[in-house]
Design a protein around this ligand. Structure first.
Ligand code: GAF
Length: 400
């Protein structure tokens, strides 16, 4: 029998966080509860920091934060995460200014400190809070962005800012740059904030305009498979890729690779290092693939969408070199199953998850087949096309 991991209900996560709040801080229940989703990127990988297009969708995997303001400037945060191999509680004082917010241990708390530092209103009161998440850590499903957005949404309940969603996403992105050392693009934060039920989001990462793409009924399903290889974008390879893209854009005399064509890239090929050429080729072609994929999804052309997913994976493996053996094996195994339209790695890479578009009747077969991969650990099936958009989540203020 094929086994798929079930997605914990948001209400269960909130209940777990509330229980921990009572254990850590006493009987008075938390006054605020918020949640923010992780995401799966359907296509458009490593294009966001090149001002290209991405096509992610929000997931029912969320980070929940419950808490209450205090009358002091002290902040205490506890995580219920079983994954955290570091202290589960951290305290600091807002009175200490930026130095109290400087990154340190535990690393998970750096996202909280970063968001506080870049928050859009002041002064903030102290607070006590508990974090609980169903987004797998380091799984390429945006566990960090969902934590950042949950924290920002929580702070908005304590001290309202201007309420601009793009400014909110940019602050959360800045937190990741300054406090996690990852020079990420804007995709994860934007989709966590603007994710829409029943839709994927085509995001123009230059204008930051978002075009919801409705998911047509009845349609195929999305299966997310965790290779359980933990990625660490902070390890440096992500930043290296970003620099290589900037080098290519400079050689082309462009502001970003978004503005370049393959013809122009071919013209400067003799002056470019082969690695830089391949990185740029991936970005230029992936940006175009993403536009085409959004159109295909609008038309319900799933075969075409699937073909573009496979091209994307091959390019990430061979040109951008951010895949790994485990992800490649999972994708190959999925593609052997009848009724699978396409499959690819999703997110930053170097481990994490694959995303597969497939017919409903093929889900069990695909899961069984992917289990032949030695590294298989966990399948998360997400119902993509349901009338109410069930299976998608969004930022919510659960209690205020
Ligand atoms: C990570 C980053 F955070 C995103 O901004 C994006 O670049 C992605 O990797 C790759 O597409 O998730």
């Amino acid at each position: 029998m094929a086994m798929a991991a079930s997605v914990p209900a948001v209400s269960d996560l909130v209940a777990a966080a509330r229980r921990q709040f009572a254990r850590s801080f006493g009987e008075e229940p938390p006054q605020v509860a918020v949640c923010a989703p992780g995401r799966v990127n359907l296509i458009g990988e490593h294009t966001d920091y090149n001002q290209g297009f991405v096509l992610p969708m929000a997931l029912p995997l969320v980070t929940v934060l419950v808490g209450s303001p205090t009358h002091s400037q002290d902040v205490t945060i506890v995580t219920v995460s079983e994954d955290a191999d570091e202290p589960r509680e951290v305290s600091f004082s807002l009175a200490g200014g930026e130095s109290a917010l400087s990154p340190g241990v535990p690393r998970w708390a750096n996202y909280v400190k970063g968001v506080i530092q870049h928050y859009g209103a002041s002064p903030l009161p102290g607070f006590r809070a508990v974090v609980a998440s169903s987004v797998p850590l380091g799984g390429g499903l945006s566990s960090s962005a969902s934590l950042e957005v949950a924290v920002y949404t929580f702070l908005q309940q304590l001290k309202p800012d201007g309420g601009d969603n793009v400014a909110k996403a940019l602050s959360c992105q800045k937190a990741e740059h300054t406090h996690a050392g990852v020079p990420c693009g804007i995709m994860d934060q934007l989709v966590s904030i603007l994710g829409k039920e029943g839709h994927a989001l085509l995001i123009d990462c230059r204008s930051l305009e978002v075009y919801p793409v409705p998911l047509v009924l009845p349609g195929p399903l999305i299966l997310i498979t965790n290779s359980n290889v933990k990625h660490s974008l902070a390890s440096g390879e992500y930043a290296v890729r970003r620099r290589q893209c900037e080098e290519a854009a400079a050689a082309l005399g462009k502001k970003s690779l978004r503005d370049a064509t393959m013809k122009e890239l071919e013209e400067v090929r003799s002056r470019l290092d082969d690695v830089i050429f391949r990185r740029a080729r991936h970005v230029i072609e992936e940006t175009e693939r993403t536009r085409q994929a959004a159109e295909a999804l609008r038309r319900g052309a799933y075969k075409e969408f699937g073909r573009l997913m496979v091209e994307s994976h091959d390019s990430l493996r061979d040109l951008y070199e951010v895949s790994c053996r485990e992800l490649d094996e999972l994708v190959s195994a999925a593609l052997e199953v009848d009724g699978v339209f396409g499959s690819r790695m999703t997110g930053g890479g170097f481990g994490g998850c694959t995303v597969t578009l497939l017919q409903a009747h093929s889900v069990d077969k695909a899961i069984l087949h992917m289990q032949v991969c030695r590294h298989y650990t966990c399948m998360i099936p997400c119902l993509l096309f349901t009338p109410a958009g069930e299976g998608l989540s969004k930022v919510q203020i659960l209690v205020k």
